[in-house]
Each structure stands twice: as C-alpha cells, then as structure tokens.
Design a binder for this molecule. Structure first.
Ligand code: NAD
Ligand code: DAU
Length: 362
C-alpha cells in the first residue's frame, strides 16, 4: 500500500513513518511544508529507504497537492500536518486557522477529486485518516468522567477549536460526498523527537541547562500520557482495520498531574546525570526539582483530559505497550543521547520564540 502522510517531518508523523518503513512493506510519501516544528533528522535512516519519498508542500496549496496526488497515486492518506502547540495558538491563532482548517479543507477537496477518479476497486479501499486530538472535547474539570467517542465537542483554545473544525469538515466530507474517512482523537504524546516547546522535552532540556522549569499555575492539571510509538501503532491499526466513518479515541491510561510529571523527570535526571555540573554551578543544590518555577497560568487552561480507549481496544485489538515509567525513562535517555538533534531544533526561530515567551513570564 502507498500511504501519503502529511506532517511526516513532525513529532508523531515521523514516528508513523519510522514504524511503516521498519515494520511493514508499505510505501510512504511524506508531504510536509517544513515549518519550525519539522525536522527531517527525526526520520533517521528510514528516509533513505526506496519505499520513502518526500514532497515539500504546504497543504493549503491545492495546485501543489494535486500534483502530488497525480505523481504518487496514493492508496490512503494519513493527515497529521497541523500547527500543534496550544501556547502558540493563544499568541497567534492565524496560522492555526490557516493550516488546521483551510489546509484540511484543501486536502479534503483534492483527495475527494482524486478518489472520485479511481476505479471501483481502488475507490472502495481508499481511506482518508484524519489525526486529531482529545482537546476537541474540552475540559473534564470537577468530574471523574472520561472522553468517549460520543462526548460533545467543547474546545477551549484556538488550537483545539481549529482541530474541532477540521474534524467536522472531515465528518461532513464523509457524510455528504461519501469520502471514506476515519478520525482518531488522541491524548498527550511524549517520546523521542518531540519539539522542545512541549512540556516533557522542555523540562528535560531546561533542567540540563540549569534553566527554570516553568510550571503553569499550580501544576495540578491532568493529562493522559501516551508514548508516541504506541500512538503510531494505533494509527496504523485504525488505517488498516477501522470502519469507514468511525471515530476512535486513543489514550494511554496514564493520568498524571503536571507537577508529578516534572518531578518524575527531575528524579530520572538525578539518576541518569548525577554530576550535572551546569546545574550545580548555578547554585542549584536542591537538585533539578529546585529549578521548578511557578509562572502565570495559560489563559483558558483545561484542567483535566482523560480518554476512554475501550472502543479501539475492543474493536481493533490495540493496547499500549509502554508504561509511563518505562516510556519516560527511555525519553529522557533519548534526549541525553541525541545532542545533534537538539542543537538543530534549538537554532534560530525556536530560540527567539522561547525568549519572547518566557522572557515575560519568569
Ligand atoms: P508537530 O508540530 O510536531 O508536527 C507538525 C508537522 O506538520 C510539522 O512537520 C510541520 O512542518 C507540518 N506542517 C505544519 N503546517 C503545515 C502545512 N501547512 N503544510 C504541510 N505541513 C505542515 O505536531 P505533532 O505533535 O506531531 O502532531 C501531529 C498531529 O497529531 C497534529 O494534527 C496534532 O493536532 C495531532 N495530535 C498531537 C498530539 C500530541 O500530543 N503532540 C496529540 C494528539 C493529536
Ligand atoms: O491532549 C493532546 C494535545 O496535547 C495535543 O493535541 C497537542 O498538540 C499537544 O501540544 C498537547 O497539548 P498540551 O497543551 O496538553 O501540551 P503541552 O506540552 O503544551 O502542555 C502539557 C501541560 O503542561 C499543559 O497542562 C500545560 C503545562 N505546561 C506546559 C508547558 C509547555 C506547563 O506547566 N509548563 C510549560 O512550560
């Protein structure tokens, strides 16, 4: 099967491509604009496979997308390209509206035209898999409920509102035009190659440089953490076995408060980097957790997310393989072992944004 993957130079897309090239015989076409969040290094040796092709294309550019579909004749689309960071969506929503909503619309239109032109056999097996987030369901504050596939949408941030919009477009293209779509809504991912603006890699890298670890508000917010490779396995299973028109929630059964996650990272670093000279030199005698610094809370911050993943477990037989403890240890070790990857993403635009973001808060 030939799978067109959008956003394959990002955190989750690159994990999906590594999985497909290493564990299957599928061919992959990676369509990515290469924004600040992209890093082709994340693909490692898989990008040298003769089953891999790359197209630097913006999903908002319909003409370029049409050429990609004509050139590669994909059997399926996995749509991951997005602006993905909630804090950035608060500072500047425009790119989120453009890529997540308009980009998804243009991809749906190009895919629909392509699909309508397929012969009967390919038409019946074609799939458009839209990768989305649990944030579309809003905030579970004050309850012990879980998000199910029928939970009403109630997005809180410009990011989650843009993803909710894109989910609705995908659903409409299935119901109205018959495009064979699948939607997945997943909880917080962590693991190798995550851009260090997100909680876990930011804390690891800041701690190693003896910089403050910015804790939003009280740090009592709860997220349900899933290792990115478990997510990649789930996505591939949904693509091959999922029922057209269905939604599948994906989660790790790992509800953790942010402050506890940060303490776990600090404890792992104490064990794995016992003589961190930079940290000691800055007078941080309490260890890494002494760097935790409360900052102004995120506006509109959702307090709790938690996924009921029983549908994908029951119907498609997927269960996560990684516990949070084993996955976090591997993740910390990965950042310790990959200074070249870190150096590349921490150049230029990233550094300017981090300075402007935290300069005012710390
Ligand atoms: P990411 O920010 O790491 O990567 C996004 C990728 O999309 C980048 O390679 C970027 O260059 C590309 N991209 C952005 N705009 C583009 C455009 N206009 N045209 C083409 N490519 C473009 O994101 P991620 O964390 O890997 O998330 C991937 C998808 O999964 C997103 O749709 C996100 O909403 C969803 N998701 C993420 C998480 C998570 O915890 N990270 C959880 C659930 C769902
Ligand atoms: O739930 C799925 C979503 O998870 C995905 O759809 C998003 O693409 C992904 O970015 C992630 O969103 P979050 O906002 O939950 O992730 P983030 O890593 O930005 O923040 C996790 C929690 O940690 C959140 O409650 C905010 C808090 N936080 C974050 C940062 C960056 C801090 O306390 N300090 C920080 O410096």
């Amino acid at each position: 099967m030939k799978i067109l993957i959008t956003g394959g130079a990002g955190f989750i897309g690159s994990a999906v491509i590594r999985h497909l090239i290493q564990k299957t015989q599928d061919q992959v076409v990676n369509v990515d604009k290469l924004t600040y969040a992209a890093n082709l290094d994340s693909l490692g040796g898989t990008s040298r496979s003769d089953r891999y092709a790359f197209e630097q294309v913006d999903i908002c550019d319909r003409a370029a997308l049409e050429q990609v579909f004509t050139r590669h004749s994909p059997d399926a689309v996995m749509h991951l390209a997005a602006e993905s960071h909630v804090d950035r969506s608060i500072d500047g929503p425009a790119a989120f509206i453009e890529t997540n909503i308009v980009g998804t619309y243009s991809l749906l239109e190009v895919a629909k035209t392509y699909w309508l032109g397929l012969d009967a056999e390919h038409k019946s097996t074609f799939r458009f898999h839209h990768v989305s987030t649990d944030e579309v369901y809003g905030d579970l504050a004050g309850t012990d409920a879980l998000f199910t596939e029928s939970t009403a949408y109630a997005p809180s941030s410009p990011y989650s509102a843009s993803k909710a919009s894109s989910d609705h477009l995908v659903r409409a293209w299935q119901r109205t035009y018959g495009l064979p779509t699948l939607i997945t809504n997943c909880s917080n991912n962590y693991g190798p190659c995550q851009f260090p603006e997100k909680l876990i890699p930011l804390m690891i890298l800041n701690a190693l440089e003896a910089k403050p670890l910015p804790l939003y508000g009280k740090g009592d917010q709860v997220r349900d953490w899933l290792h990115v490779e478990d997510h990649a396995r789930a996505l591939c299973r949904v693509l091959s076995l999922g029922q057209v028109g269905e939604t599948y929630n994906i989660g790790g059964l790992n509800e953790k408060q942010n402050l506890d996650v940060i303490h776990s990272i600090c404890e792992l670093l104490e064990e794995l980097v016992p003589d961190n000279r930079q940290s000691r030199a800055s007078g941080n005698l309490q260890g890494f957790s002494g760097l935790i610094t409360r900052v102004q809370d995120r506006p509109g911050h959702d307090l709790r997310y938690a996924i009921d993943a029983s549908k994908i477990q029951r119907e498609l037989g997927w269960v996560p393989e990684e516990s949070f403890e084993s996955g976090l240890r591997k993740t910390v070790q990965w950042y310790l072992d990959n200074p070249a990857w870190i150096a590349r993403v921490k150049s230029g635009a990233y550094q300017q944004w981090i300075d402007s973001q935290y300069g005012g808060r710390l």
